[in-house]
Design a protein around this ligand. Sequence first.
Ligand code: IPD
Ligand code: CA
Ligand code: CA
Ligand code: CA
Length: 272
Amino acid sequence: MPSQETRSPEFHAFVCDLARRAGELQMSRYEQPGEVREKNPKDVVTEVDLLCEELIVGAIEDRYPQDAILSEERGGSIASSGRSWLIDPIDGTANFAKANPLFCACVSVMEDGVVTNVAVSAPRIGDLYHARLGEGAFRETRGETLPLSVGPTESLEYAFVGADMALTKSKRNLRYRRAIDEILAGCWQFRSLGSAGIRGAWLAGGYLDVSVGTHNTPWDYAPTVLLVSEAGGKTTDLTGEPWSPDSAGLLATNGSLHAEVLDIIERGTDPQ
Ligand code: IPD
Ligand code: CA
Ligand code: CA
Ligand code: CA
């Protein structure tokens, strides 16, 4: 059970404000990402990632010095009990570096292992998606606050599917390639956005019906877990167990499609 502080509207407003401020910083440097450094052949970090991280992490440390923080670029950890923050200062860095509009800042809070508050600010498309445990999921756009609700699609053949594509031949990517191929062959439309945070929010809003992520980066998936459950959908790891920060991947659906897609993943996953 989250503490009263974590459940309060004031705390949630702080979470949203962090994402919003990072989004504003991203827009102030849109098309001027500064130095772009290669972390590995498929991942880059820009000066702006580091500035956003400094802004978000600095504000959390000032206000909640006891809390644990895990943030993509500087690391850290999640506490097994008490409150932890999971930060993705820019999700979709490759998009940001190329001035593609699909990037965001993701701020998530977990308490005692449960995701309690999330905010995803996608400033170039003008959206802030956020959710608080038990209070629903919302999209703020152009001064309006609209509830998010998953779509009604009941069969994979009519579904919009979003997925992380296997860009390298790493063991983990190859493990899920056959399953993802089968899901893509069986669905109606496929979208690869380059931002796990926006993909999760778009599922929560009904603009996608299925989202498959095969990574093990908890700052990418925590926002989806809460946005989608508060919007009426379902999330599990890729074996059907509850998602945790240690999970190797996340399946999020509108609920109706979960069993069908999980079945394909179970049948198509190659043993490690
Ligand atoms: C990336 C995005 C992308 C996914 C990559 C992630 P980043 O996050 O979420 O959708 O395919 O694997 O690394 O690195 O831009 O924060
Ligand atoms: Ca990255
Ligand atoms: Ca990310
Ligand atoms: Ca990132």
